[in-house]
Write a protein that binds this ligand. Structure first.
Ligand code: NHO
Length: 363
């Protein structure tokens, strides 16, 4: 292998994975000093790789992968294959698989670096978190996960800079879900009366903003995972995303209905409950938003509905944007704010590609 060669292995080629491939193709052209060679790509059904590590065309990767008749090897076999590559390897995990996340300590201990938008590894048990960074520390492999919070927005790198330069986080607060942002910006806008809750949920699903089953957005777990990651980076050893209060917006009665479609059909029965929440905020001259917060002084993390003055930046958010405010010793009462698109293939892939650049500059 050439001295400047780095092998890229990609697991997962869905919405984010496809956008990442497009960005990787451009990167390979713009950065001739490093030879980026795609040596492995897989979905949950198929894999494409050559035993001699000869490179796969990045431009044709998706069509070659769909033409492949090879089933993905077991994860330990993939790790062995990558660890034996004749040059450095970066694994890009574009799945939301817990199994792959659980294997990060093994992967890193074999000297393979990881970049990923997958939240599972960093928001699982505190032990998995410890194992991941201990493995990276001892092998020298790198691990970055910018897009696990706020897609491509500079959230994690900003928080790391604050902490590593000696600032002290006092509070983090914000809207961390593109889906929830869209829902509340249209259900309870700062001007006008907004739509019916169930109609807005249906619209969000039709626009492709929600998970296939909207309950996976409304249960608050996605936001809880993001808060877990930020709390840990701030120095709070949160045990798991279920170890602090998380408000679910799924009515009890609909928690166990069989399908997402049935859920949407029955949701209008509960519109009056959400109307009440909206009206109560209105009486105080406020709007309701689904937010997450971390308070370092009280060591508390929470996720749920809160009321905001119309002039508050959280109330004024638009579309499916995210907003994250960092309150620190240095920034005093005027927080450092990161805001913008927090969901979507291209912006999520951008965070992954930027992470890859960070790794390339360090290995
Ligand atoms: P897809 O489109 O379902 O693709 C997943 C791919 O992984 C498929 O090719 C599948 O075959 C493969 N796969 C799954 N399990 C596998 C396995 N065990 N072995 C091999 N392959 C396997 O998912 P996406 O949308 O491309 O997402 C990929 C990752 O990015 C997920 O971890 C997701 O959580 C993360 N991510 C996505 C987004 C987004 O906008 N799409 C965001 C962040 C992270 O900021 C975004 C966000 O949080 C959106 C959120 N819903 C919100 O804020 O409202």
């Amino acid at each position: 292998a050439a001295k400047n060669q780095v092998f890229i292995a990609i697991i997962g080629a869905g919405g984010v994975g496809k956008c990442f491939l497009g960005q990787l193709a451009k990167l390979a052209v713009r950065r001739p000093s490093t030879k980026l060679s795609l040596c492995y790509i897989s979905t949950s059904k198929k894999a494409l790789f050559n035993n001699d590590y000869s490179e796969i065309s990045i431009d044709n990767a998706i069509s070659s992968l769909s033409a492949s008749s090879t089933a993905p090897p077991s994860l330990p076999d993939v790790v062995n294959y990558l660890a034996a590559a004749p040059s450095k390897v970066v694994l890009v995990d574009n799945t939301s698989s817990q199994d792959i996340a659980d294997a990060y300590p093994l992967i890193l201990s074999r000297g393979i670096s990881i970049v990923t938008p997958n939240k599972k590894a960093f928001s699982g048990s505190n032990k998995l978190w410890q194992d991941i960074f201990a493995a990276a520390q001892s092998s020298g492999a790198k691990v970055y996960h910018e897009s696990s919070v706020g897609a491509g927005l500079p959230v994690i790198c900003t928080l790391k800079d604050l902490v590593e330069t000696g600032d002290e986080v006092t509070k983090i607060e914000g809207v961390f879900s593109g889906t929830m942002s869209f829902l509340f910006n249209s259900f309870a806008p700062t001007t006008g009366s907004g739509g019916q809750w169930s109609a807005e949920v249906k619209k969000a699903k039709e626009l492709g903003y929600t998970e296939p089953d909207p309950r996976d957005d409304l249960n608050g777990l996605d936001v809880a995972r993001k808060l877990t990651i930020l709390a840990r980076l701030s120095g709070l050893a949160v045990e798991s995303p279920t170890s602090f209060p998380v408000q679910s917006l799924i009515p009890k009665e609909l928690e166990s209905v069989a399908s997402g479609d049935e859920f949407l059909e029955r949701l209008p029965e509960f519109d009056s409950q959400m109307e009440q929440v909206k009206a109560e905020a209105q009486r105080e001259g406020k709007v309701v938003r689904f937010v997450g917060s971390i308070d370092m002084a009280t060591k508390s993390v929470k996720v749920g509905l809160e009321k905001f003055d119309l002039s508050h930046p959280i109330a004024a958010l638009k579309g499916s944007d995210n907003i994250i405010s960092f309150y620190t010793k240095r920034y005093g009462n005027s927080p450092l704010i990161v805001q913008g698109a927090g969901a979507g293939g291209e912006v999520t892939a951008m965070g992954v590609t930027a992470d890859l650049l960070r790794v390339l500059s360090q290995i």
